[in-house]
Every structure is written in structure tokens, then in C-alpha cells.
Design a protein around this ligand. Structure first.
Ligand SMILES: [Ca+2]
Ligand SMILES: [Ca+2]
Ligand SMILES: [Ca+2]
Length: 344
């Protein structure tokens, strides 16, 4: 049988109908709620179904959650509701979404619209001081931290350390232990830098520049970040992460090459731009005296040759790090393994 004898594929339909049975009381309560919200029943149900498909049963549903959940549960006999469900048209929509627990924690507001606005992102990110207060609380009374803040605190504090403290040679642990000594001016200077960075980051997520970040845009940006991190750790650039990639001389050579390129080539503007996102040298003058970081750990210390201790791999050794993510145990971390073990 040749290809031409096969029956032709029917073109796929753009929309399909779905029947849902529910009691007359449920139907009328649902339609009333939709009318009060100024939305059609179809639109509310479509939103709910997309939310459920993407985020599972824990998604907060627009409209009337109880009604929609009971509709999904195939509730009771009675009225018949017909609606057309628009099928996903882009192949990417069926792909896994990345970073959704972070996205939900930043994007959820009173109305669950599956979109993150800049105002939501800035508000949910909190100030540097409030993030430090939550870090203290996370050790003493974690339940006192709102659930969405517990999800984001790792990311927020990591960014604050990496973007503010390390470049300024400040020790975040000393800040946390001596918060009463930190001046208002220092907190404010840190917030200025941080909020400028958050704005820049939001713009980088908002691929179509419409001022709102969708789950898809956030997922694409998250995957791009995972890829960047992979490429950074694949120091020799052979497409996989292995112990050879942790040779400090490779990192040193790459740092030197990057520095040379930024000093001589057209990359100069980039480094000047990122400089403007650093804490000004005049800021936090008194804090720099008592909160100065001690000498940073060198790559040689971190990726210590002593990979075994009592016969076990140390998790922060190169061999331990590779072993923890090398799911098929072939001695190297592929990009798929890196993504699967990235926690997103
Ligand atoms: Ca957008
Ligand atoms: Ca490699
Ligand atoms: Ca592997």
C-alpha cells in the first residue's frame, strides 16, 4: 500500500462542543454569577478549563469556583449546558510549563486571571527589608509567612544576595543577624537598585510587550534561564555537564576571555548597563564597615578534590553534583536531565 492510498486526514476542527449536566439551581446560580461579573458562561468555563488543564485541581478558578468544580465532577442531573470549547491551536500549548509554582505565587491576586502584572510582581516581591524579616521568620516561625511568600523567598533572597550583596562585598548573614543596625538609607538604596532590576526582569519576561506576563511567557523565560544556567556550567561547551567542566582552570580561562571581550569589544555597553544595577559605592557606608564579607570561597575550595568523605560523595563536590542529576548514570548531565532535576 502506498502513501497515496491512505485515507486523507480530515482537517482538525477549530472548536468542539462539550455537554455538562447540572441541576437547574446550580445552572441558574452559575448564570447569575456570570451576569454579575459581566461575562458569558462560555468564557468563564473556558477560562476555568484552561486553568484546570494548566494548573490542576488547586487552581483558583474565576467566576464561581464551587459551581465550576461541581460541573467538572459531573455533578447532578438536570439542566443541560452546551458550550463550545476552543481547542488549543499552537502546538506549544500542550508542552509542559515551567516555573508555575513561582508564577502562581507572583501572579495570584484577588481575581485569578493567569496573568502577571508589573504591579503584582513588585508588590509580591516585597522590599529588601521585608525579605530579610521573612528570612528570620522562616527559621523561627515559618507558618507566619504567607504561603505565596514561602514559595518565592528562596528566589527573592538568592537574587538579593547575588545582585546586591556579593558585588558590594557585603555579608547577608551579618545583615540578618544585625537588622536593627541597618539604616533606613541603606534599605532604601538597596530597594532602588532592586526595583530597577525587577522592572527590567519583568520586561524581559513580557515577550509581546503588552504589559502582562502570561503563564506561557513566564514558562518560556524560565526554560531560557535553565538553559543559560546549563550553558554556564557546561564550561567546555560540549553539550553535557561532567566532572571535567569543574576544572577551575576552564572557569578562569573563560572569565578572562569574557573580561577581555568586554574591555575591548562592543560588549562594553553591556557591562556599563549592568553596573547601573549595582549598589552605588556611596550607599550603605556604615554597613560596609561592620558587614563586610570575609574572603569569598574560591572555586578550588568549592569543587574540592576531596569528593569522598567516609566513602560518600559530598553533595557540593563536582562528583556529587554530577551524580545527583545524572539520572541515567552515564557519567554526565544531559540538558534533559538538567531540566528534569532543576526543580521547576
Ligand atoms: Ca505579555
Ligand atoms: Ca561539558
Ligand atoms: Ca546522564
Amino acid at each position: 500500500m502506498t502513501q497515496t492510498n491512505r485515507p486523507r486526514k480530515r482537517p482538525s476542527k477549530k472548536t468542539e462542543a462539550l455537554e455538562i449536566r447540572l441541576s437547574p439551581e446550580e445552572k441558574s446560580a452559575f448564570l447569575d454569577a456570570c451576569q454579575r461579573a459581566g461575562r458569558t458562561a462560555s468564557a468563564v468555563l473556558r477560562d476555568a478549563m484552561r486553568g484546570y488543564s494548566q494548573f490542576g485541581p488547586m487552581a483558583r478558578l474565576p467566576g464561581s469556583p464551587t459551581m465550576i468544580v461541581s460541573a467538572f465532577a459531573g455533578a447532578s442531573i438536570g439542566a443541560l449546558l452546551l458550550l463550545s470549547a476552543v481547542q488549543g491551536t499552537e502546538p506549544g500549548e500542550q508542552d509542559r510549563l515551567y516555573g508555575m509554582s513561582l508564577f502562581n505565587s507572583y501572579a495570584v491576586s484577588d481575581f485569578y486571571d493567569h496573568e502577571l502584572t508589573l504591579a503584582e510582581y513588585l508588590e509580591r516581591s516585597g522590599s529588601v527589608q521585608s525579605t530579610f524579616e521573612q528570612m528570620v521568620l522562616s527559621q523561627t516561625d515559618p507558618d507566619a509567612i504567607p504561603a505565596q511568600d514561602r514559595t518565592t523567598i528562596g528566589e527573592r533572597s538568592g537574587a538579593i544576595f547575588g545582585q546586591l550583596f556579593i558585588p558590594a562585598n557585603l555579608d547577608p548573614a551579618l545583615f540578618r543577624e544585625n537588622m536593627e543596625r541597618v539604616t533606613d538609607g541603606c534599605w532604601a538604596a538597596m530597594d532602588d537598585v532592586r526595583y530597577a532590576r525587577l522592572r527590567r526582569r519583568f520586561e524581559s519576561w513580557d515577550a509581546d510587550q503588552n504589559g502582562r506576563v502570561t503563564a506561557r511567557e513566564f514558562s518560556d523565560a524560565t526554560l531560557a534561564t535553565i538553559r543559560q544556567s546549563f550553558q554556564l556550567q557546561d564550561a567546555d561547551g560540549d553539550g553535557a555537564i561532567a566532572i571535567a567542566d569543574f576544572d577551575p582552570s576552564i572557569w578562569q580561562a573563560r572569565d578572562d576571555a569574557n573580561r577581555a571581550a568586554s574591555e575591548t569589544g562592543g560588549q562594553g555597553n553591556v557591562s556599563m548597563r549592568s553596573q547601573s544595577f549595582h549598589l552605588p559605592e556611596t550607599a550603605c557606608a556604615t554597613e560596609r564597615v561592620w558587614a563586610q564579607a570575609s574572603a569569598p570561597t574560591s572555586p578550588d575550595d568549592f569543587f574540592s578534590a576531596a569528593t569522598r568523605e567516609d566513602g560518600r560523595l559530598r553533595p557540593n563536590s563536582a562528583a556529587g553534583m554530577v551524580a545527583s542529576r545524572d539520572l541515567d548514570a552515564n557519567g554526565q548531565i544531559s540538558f534533559a536531565e538538567f531540566v528534569a532535576t532543576s526543580g521547576y
